[in-house]
Design a protein around this ligand. Structure first.
Ligand code: PNS
Length: 166
C-alpha cells in the first residue's frame, strides 16, 4: 500500500479568501491529506482571532476531501513534522511574492531539509487578491462577495458594522 502523503498549508488566513481556497483545492489533488494551519500569536495585528479564522476555514472547507483545519504555534516545519507531513504548500500570485517566499523557503529548508516546499501558482482570476485587500475593501463597506466564501463575507459585514465602519 502507498504511504499516505500529507502536506501542511500554513498561513495567517485573516481571513481566508477564494484565492487560498483555490490553492487548497489544487493541493488536495496532490496530497492525500492537507492540514490548513492558522498561525496563532502572529506579530501581525489581526482583524479576526485565530479561533475565528479557524471557524471560517472549517466552514469554507466543509466537504473538501482530505482537509484538516487547525491552528499552530511555533515553527511551521516542526508543526509539519508533528503531523507526519512531507511538504509545505504555499501560493504564489506574482513576482512580488517571490522574494519573501524565497526567504521563507530557504529558512525552512535550513531548518528541516526533509520538508519540501511546494509552490502552486494562484489562478490569474485571483492574482490581485489578498486578505489585506479584502479587509480594506470590507472596512469601507465595499463588496467582497466575489472574493471570499459566504461565511467570511458575513463575518466581515458583522465585524465592520460593529465597528461602525473605519
Ligand atoms: O499568510 P502568511 O502571513 O504569509 O503566512 C506566513 C506563515 C504563517 C506561513 C509564516 O509566518 C510561518 O510559517 N510562521 C511560523 C514561524 C516559522 O516557521 N518561521 C520560520 C519560517 S519564515
Amino acid at each position: 500500500m502507498m504511504p499516505m502523503r500529507a502536506a501542511i498549508y500554513p498561513g495567517s488566513f485573516d481571513p481566508i479568501t477564494n484565492g487560498h481556497l483555490d490553492i487548497l483545492r489544487r493541493a488536495t489533488r496532490l496530497f492525500d491529506r492537507v492540514y490548513v494551519a492558522v498561525l496563532k500569536n502572529s506579530e501581525k495585528r489581526a482583524l479576526f482571532s485565530a479561533e475565528e479564522r479557524l471557524e471560517m476555514i472549517k466552514e469554507a472547507t466543509e466537504g473538501m476531501p482530505g482537509v484538516v483545519c487547525e491552528t499552530f504555534d511555533g515553527l511551521a516545519v516542526e508543526y509539519a513534522r508533528s503531523r507526519g507531513a512531507i511538504a509545505m504548500v504555499r501560493g504564489l500570485r506574482a513576482v512580488s511574492d517571490f522574494e519573501a517566499e524565497f526567504k521563507m523557503a530557504t529558512a525552512n529548508n535550513r531548518l528541516d531539509p526533509d520538508i519540501e516546499m511546494v509552490y502552486l501558482m494562484t489562478s490569474t482570476e485571483y492574482s490581485f487578491l489578498s486578505s489585506s485587500i479584502v479587509r480594506e475593501v470590507a472596512s469601507m463597506g465595499g463588496p467582497v462577495d466575489a472574493w471570499v466564501p459566504p461565511c467570511v463575507a458575513r463575518r466581515l459585514r458583522e465585524r465592520f458594522s460593529q465597528k461602525g465602519g473605519v
